[in-house]
Each structure stands twice: as structure tokens, then as C-alpha cells.
Design a protein around this ligand. Structure first.
Ligand code: YK8
Length: 177
């Protein structure tokens, strides 16, 4: 796998969870800027074993000349809350892109970890893995990985920097108070 974000933000763990995993203004704006549309979310639902799950569906605009212009996607998220509520969250998200070449061969797993480091600070880590449902031949595998890593890197670089803007925006509100 690859590590795309590993950074401490001046944002509480709870708020970070709300920014990334609820339909917050931040998330809606972020997806809008990535030209992701037709977002539908189920609410977080408890499975009775201490886990919560939800499913997102959306359409992604792709800027890769090899691929069609759009793909629909399904993202299943599982939330494991740290034992002391509000201190840490870990979310595992499986993303299936339905309309790209070789879509029946691969999917992506993104692991998000939000750990409280102080009352109003947390560390966000995001790791990503490309996984296979059936084994493609070598050239196809290279093709899938090259395209997935570059798309993921772009997406998470922007997420990292948009969160820094969010961090500064809320910081200045505190400074004024
Ligand atoms: C989620 C992984 C692959 C896919 C794309 C497919 C190329 C096809 C390869 C052929 C377009 C938001 C990506 C990047 C689209 C975006 C997906 C996002 C960023 C030519 C062999 C969407 C996280 C996520 C997971 C997987 C990403 C796709 O929250 O290259």
C-alpha cells in the first residue's frame, strides 16, 4: 500500500471525523471541486458489534484520456471507533469504480485513521491499497496500478491541502475571539 496523508492538524479528532465522514460543507465543497456529483449517502448504521457502516454512491469525472469521461462508483465505509469515544476513529473504505476499463478486476481500499493528539489537535493518516478480484496479466496490472496511484495521489494531495485551508480558517476565528 501507499501512505498519502500523515499530518497533524489543529482540528479536534471529532471535528475531523465530521468534516470527512458526514455531509459537511467541507466535504460537499471538496467533492464539488473534484467534479464528483450525484452523491448519495446512507446514514451511519450500527451493526451491533461496535462497528458502523455506510455506503456512498457517486459519479466521478475523470481527466485521463485513456478512460471514459465519467464513472459511477460505490464506496463502502466501515467505522471502528476507538474505545474512548471521540479520541480516535478508523475508517476503512472500499471503492469500486464501475465504468472504467478492467473494473471487474480491481478495487481500492483507503484506510483513514484520525487520532487525537491534544484537545484540539489530531493526526490524520490515509493509506491506500489497490486490490484484485481476479488476477490480471502483467501489463494490465501495471496499467491499473499506474492509473490508480496517480488518480489517488492527486485526490489526497488536494484533500491534505484543503484541510490545511480549513484549519487556518477556523484558527483565525479563534484568534479573533
Ligand atoms: C474516493 C482508482 C482508479 C480510478 C481511475 C481508473 C483508471 C482506470 C484504469 C484503467 C480513474 C473518491 C480512480 C483514481 C478514480 C477516483 C477514485 C477515488 C479518488 C485504464 C486500467 C474517488 C477515493 C477514490 C478511490 C479510488 C479512485 C480510483 O473517496 O484512475
Amino acid at each position: 500500500g501507499r501512505l498519502y496523508i500523515n499530518r497533524v492538524y489543529q482540528i479536534s479528532a471529532e471535528r475531523m471525523f465530521q468534516l470527512l465522514f458526514t455531509q459537511s460543507h467541507f466535504f460537499v465543497n471538496f467533492l464539488g471541486s473534484r467534479k464528483v456529483f450525484d452523491l448519495e449517502c446512507t446514514p451511519w448504521q450500527s451493526d451491533g458489534n461496535g462497528k458502523q457502516t455506510r455506503t456512498l454512491t457517486y459519479t466521478i469525472t475523470i481527466n485521463n484520456p485513456l478512460v471514459g469521461k465519467f464513472t459511477t462508483a460505490t464506496e463502502k465505509q466501515v467505522l471502528y471507533k476507538g474505545n474512548q469515544g471521540g479520541l480516535s476513529y478508523s475508517v476503512e473504505a472500499e471503492v469500486l469504480t464501475h465504468d472504467v476499463p478492467y473494473h471487474d478486476y480491481f478495487y481500492t481500499v483507503n484506510k483513514y485513521s484520525i487520532v487525537r493528539t491534544a484537545q484540539d489537535k489530531c493526526r490524520l493518516r490515509v493509506c491506500t491499497d489497490v486490490r484484485y478480484k481476479k488476477q490480471p496479466w502483467g501489463l494490465v496490472k501495471t496499467f491499473i496500478e499506474r492509473n490508480s496511484w496517480s488518480g489517488l495521489e492527486d485526490y489526497f494531495k488536494q484533500m491534505e491541502s484543503d484541510l490545511m485551508i480549513e484549519e487556518n480558517a477556523s484558527g483565525s476565528v479563534l484568534a479573533e475571539a
